[in-house]
Design a binder for this molecule. Structure first.
Ligand code: F6R
Length: 240
């Protein structure tokens, strides 16, 4: 794992934007694996500003997202589908038809997971962006998830529900289940970019980069990827 330590969140976002934009400019048909959460917001703002000022086009870019809450329709303000439209896609010239995310309302979980597995097979990713859970999760693969599985439905860890409650009116409104891409599929991306910011991520960053490779720390699997870059700010990298 290559490690880049940036001064602060702004530095993480700027460095990440350099890497992401290089992929998009080199291959206008690239497939981007994208993430939600607070961490990628700065990067997404850079991508939108670059599109507006420099005209980098996403007309032929395809995207696949990591995960979606179960039970939230795409129009729901807390859904990850809504998050992606609001924070990235609406600011780019991307064709909504070229963006993919699990359907949180799918009644048949197995069929929805199979549908998403097929999309991931069809669209090999040039780059996969990740945030890091404070418990070491990547996407919604919580500690203990076997490395080998594909898209599946998870029950969110109590710590994840608490971490995500800040985005909801109350903790009771946070969905307890989600669809998520599996670790095997994350590892299939040609390049992986994982971002971490803030002191609350320092333990997870240390365990991911320096600890044992174990399903107890899902992100530790990234040590085995041939082209994985961690960009952490000083606070998140403090224990390295
Ligand atoms: C989001 C996702 C999660 C987040 C992680 C960190 O699509 O899959 O793994 O990346 O929970 O979230 P933030 O960035 O909000 O700290």
């Amino acid at each position: 794992m290559k490690i880049v330590v940036a001064k602060d969140y702004e530095g993480v976002s700027a460095h990440a934007a350099g890497i992401m934009l290089e992929v998009v400019r080199k291959n206008p048909y690239a497939v981007l694996g994208l993430a939600t959460g607070t961490t990628p917001l700065g990067l997404y703002a850079y991508m939108i500003a670059d599109h507006e000022k420099k005209g980098t086009s996403y007309a032929h870019i395809r995207t696949v997202n990591l995960d979606e809450y179960k039970g939230l329709p795409a129009a729901h303000e807390q859904s990850y589908a809504y998050f992606m439209r609001k924070n990235l896609f609406d600011g780019l010239d991307i064709d909504p038809e070229n963006t993919n995310i699990e359907n949180g309302m799918a009644a048949d979980e197995a069929a929805e997971c199979a549908r998403y597995d097929a999309i991931l097979e069809m669209l090999p990713r040039d780059i996969q962006l990740l945030g890091l859970g404070s418990n070491g999760h990547i996407a919604f693969n919580e500690p203990g998830t076997p490395f080998g599985i594909g898209t599946h439905v998870v029950t969110l860890a109590e710590s994840t529900v608490r971490d995500n409650a800040r985005l909801f009116e109350s903790i009771d409104e946070v969905p307890r289940k989600a669809f998520t891409m599996g670790i095997r599929q994350i590892m299939q991306a040609k390049k992986i970019l994982i971002l971490a910011s803030g002191a609350n991520k320092a333990d997870a960053v240390y365990k991911m980069a320096r600890g044992e490779v174990t399903p107890d720390v899902p992100a530790s699997v990234l040590q085995l990827h041939p082209d994985c870059i961690l960009i952490a700010d000083r606070a998140a990298a403090a224990k390295l």
